[in-house]
Design a protein around this ligand. Sequence first.
Ligand code: NAP
Length: 306
Amino acid sequence: MSQVYDRVALIGLGLIASSMFWAIKRAGLANEVTGYARSKATRETARRIGLCDRVCETAQEAVEGADLVVLCIPVGVMGAVAEEIAPALKPGATVTDVGSVKGHVIQAVSPHVPDGVHFVPAHPLAGTEHSGPESGFAELFDNRWCLLVPVADSDPDAIARLRALWEGMGSYVDEMDAEHHDLVLAVTSHAPHLIAYTMVGVADDLRRVTDSEVIKYSAAGFRDFTRIAASDPTMWRDVFLSNKEATLEILGRFTEELFALQRAIRTGDGEHLFDYFTRTRAIRRGIIDAGQDTDAPDFGRGKANT
Ligand code: NAP
């Protein structure tokens, strides 16, 4: 794979940024990668483990001269950070982000993108429940999708280059508009996370089952929920606050279906339950056939599994 950008700046040095750095280095996609994170502790960790060619003391310093600036920070701070770096952006540079919600990020960031700088929002559909600078690994994006969500005036060349970067990092790349992205993700990621958070919260409240029993006898169903429910609280708070409408829409449907299943259990309607579970099993089959998970008995629990 050949170089796509001369200089890339990663703002935020957590799971996604650190995985991007190792994936960029693996394929030689950039000449130099600079980085910045808010806390001194994270910047020092990054320097210690060799994360980024240069770790800077300010976000402005990190983006100076960069051809690509990637906002790898929680969705709720994208606007403020975009405003902070705006004066230091190089004319002709591209700003992108990796936020899990797109409509809100576009609204928050767009007003701060200077004339002559391109903005191409993106979202890699890959992650784990771990966070921070030491959680990343080069293979995170391999065979995962990255969705590009161009805005009305996104430059075609800037889009093509960003696509080449994500493909170079191992991803499949697709494009869609922000509203559709936020609905798709509400179904495939945001609502499931909320349900997992709820289920683990409920188990925690059941006093007849002691905490130690919940942990000791944790069978596959609950154990899988706990993995998802261990995801970063800041990131997920911001996701729900910023993808409010689509998430509430899907949760409304979820509640209706849950009531129908509850009634089937109460009335002993085994046929309803059987038909329902047959339909859901086919969806699982489709995900495995599409290569997005494995059939392994451990539920495909690998490193890249969110
Ligand atoms: P993370 O591991 O928690 O890292 C977040 C980073 O952002 C940290 O380095 C943090 O710095 C930095 N940060 C926070 N506020 C900042 C600010 N105001 N200025 C500068 N840096 C700031 O998070 P992540 O999992 O990489 O997620 C980053 C983004 O990717 C989020 O928008 C998320 O929605 C999206 N995303 C996440 C996943 C996933 O599964 N995790 C998947 C796809 C997309 P400190 O360490 O100094 O606090």
